[in-house]
Design a protein around this ligand. Structure first.
Ligand code: APR
Length: 313
């Protein structure tokens, strides 16, 4: 198995590190446009192999995609991260050009790769990558919902004083501060609805905290987060390469599911060796359906910005 991570910045390097430690592939290739960065981080990371006892080779490349040839999975994290006060949406102009060029380069050398998009605004970047590449829809997956759900579980676990691993809690919809939908009605602690354990005010607060989870970190750190985004990218890769068939909320191209068409948005999907294999129907109530439709409107507005840029989407 060979996995490429494009963008050797904070998220890309963390993702590659997680992939290597989990030994998800024989080889991980890190690519970056900045001279020497990917090579340096790859070398540093590989030098942890003798300490952490993993056997994955990690190599770096400055924009030479021939080194990525025959990758099974490619994770795209290249782009500009958020600065405090900046929304994911404001990144669109810069990151669209980057994501377009990167996906073209990847597919030249790995025409059968499954592509994971992490670059923001992720829903629009996933849509752009799919439209622009013309590859089967199951091979383009946006990673946002796994991260948002992990943050949702984190806030729930802090409030309920429980393990986040005993929680089932899912965020669907867009991957934006105002477009994501933490499905609190569906969230359970070992099968028991969390709504039976939290006051309506607390529930509201946890949902609100989850929605601005990324912005909270950006404000604290001064740039957007990387530990959870990188780890979330790696568990998505794991379910693909190990064909685990895990159910994750991922951004995929919808053709009528959840009432939406011609859009990439977060819905629960089965992830296996073929990429995303099936969308699950979570039977939303009317309020949740309305939130999903509103979220879709916002994502669609963002996608329309693509037509004003020179990216052919
Ligand atoms: N090809 C390859 N790498 C590129 C390109 C390109 N065309 N353009 C930029 N990069 C690289 C940068 O050189 C940088 O090393 O992408 C890397 C991005 O890393 P960071 O600036 O550290 O950003 P990071 O925090 O990793 O976020 C990356 O993930 O979560 C999202 O919103 C975030 O879109 C952002 C992305």
């Amino acid at each position: 198995m060979k996995i490429t991570v494009v963008g050797a910045g904070a998220v890309g390097a963390t993702c590659a590190d997680n992939i290597a430690r989990k030994e998800l592939a024989e080889e991980v290739v890190l690519v970056d446009i900045k001279e020497g960065l990917a090579e340096g981080k790859a070398l540093d990371m590989f030098q942890t192999a003798g300490i952490l006892e993993f056997d994955t080779r990690i190599t770096g490349s400055t924009n030479d995609y021939s080194k990525t040839a025959h990758s099974d999975v490619v994770v795209v994290t290249s782009g500009v991260p958020r600065k405090p006060g900046m929304t994911r949406e404001e990144l669109i102009g810069i990151n669209a050009g980057i994501v377009k060029t990167v996906t073209e380069n990847i597919l030249k050398h790995s025409p059968n790769a499954i592509i994971i998009i992490i670059s923001n605004p992720m829903d629009t970047m996933t849509y752009l990558a799919w439209k622009n590449s013309g590859i089967p829809k199951n091979r383009i997956i946006g990673m946002g919902g796994i991260l948002d759900s992990a943050r949702f579980k984190g806030y729930l676990a802090m409030e309920l004083q429980c393990s986040p691993n005993d929680l089932h809690a899912v965020v669907i919809g867009g991957h934006g501060d105002t477009t994501m939908i933490p499905l609190i009605r569906h969230a359970t602690l070992n099968g028991k609805p969390v709504t039976s354990m939290l006051s309506p005010e607390k529930q509201k607060q946890i949902v609100a905290d989850t929605m601005v989870g990324g912005a909270t970190l950006t404000k604290l750190i001064g740039t957007s987060a990387w530990y959870a985004p990188g780890a979330a990218g790696a568990i998505l890769v794991e379910s693909i390469v190990r064909d685990q068939k895990k159910v994750f909320p991922c951004c995929v191209y919808l053709e009528g599911e959840y009432g939406q068409k011609d859009i990439c948005m977060g819905v629960p999907v089965v992830i296996g060796r073929n990429g995303w294999e099936k969308v699950l129907d979570y039977e939303l109530n009317n309020d949740e359906k309305e939130m999903f439709a509103k979220s879709a409107d916002a994502v669609r507005n963002m996608n329309e910005v693509l037509s004003t840029l020179d990216v052919n989407a």
